[in-house]
Design a binder for this molecule. Structure first.
Ligand SMILES: CC(C)(COP(=O)(O)OP(=O)(O)OC[C@H]1O[C@@H](n2cnc3c(N)ncnc32)[C@H](O)[C@@H]1OP(=O)(O)O)[C@@H](O)C(=O)NCCC(=O)NCCS
Length: 125
């Protein structure tokens, strides 16, 4: 399994797990104040539940722990994402109220639940 950080995209970098082809990717951004943020993490659907996203997060933790104090993610209040982040050691830190209702012109549902607030979770690096 090949774990890597590659290239810069705007102000972020792309982290990837390549295991006979890329299985999981995310964007990593510097949010200031010693905070690193993971955005848009996604595992190829047929390879979900096999530990790829957890492996990518652990790689990011190990790779950046000298440079940042906190690893952060923002997500909707969804049963598809919050339990995953909690299993990966993140705890809820704060919310941006009405983020999804204010920033999208249509309601967004996940697992039948309308996303309203942006929920931030953090773990120490
Ligand atoms: C969320 C996502 C990235 C997880 O990737 P993954 O490679 O399947 O995750 P892993 O296999 O590494 O799972 C790590 C742990 O979280 C658990 N987990 C994953 N999704 C879960 C869920 N919806 N509910 C409960 N636990 C979950 C796994 O069971 C595993 O626990 P374990 O190690 O105790 O067995 C993947 O489901 C995905 O790509 N979803 C679509 C895109 C998305 O929603 N991204 C998040 C943007 S905020």
């Amino acid at each position: 399994m090949n774990r890597r950080i590659r290239g810069k995209i705007n102000s972020g970098e792309v982290g990837a797990i390549d295991d006979n082809g890329v299985k999981c990717e995310c964007v990593i951004t510097d949010e200031g104040n010693d905070i690193l943020e993971i955005k848009s993490i996604a595992t190829v659907p047929e390879y979900q539940g096999k530990g790829y996203a957890r492996a990518l997060i652990e790689f990011i933790v190990n790779n950046y722990r000298e440079q940042y104090a906190i690893l952060q993610v923002g997500t909707g209040d969804s049963p598809l994402t919050i339990p995953f982040y909690e299993k990966c050691g993140f705890v809820r830190s704060h919310i941006i109220s009405n983020f999804f209702t204010d920033n999208y012109d249509h309601p967004i549902y996940e697992s039948g639940i309308q996303l309203v607030d942006m929920v931030y979770l953090q773990r120490p690096l």
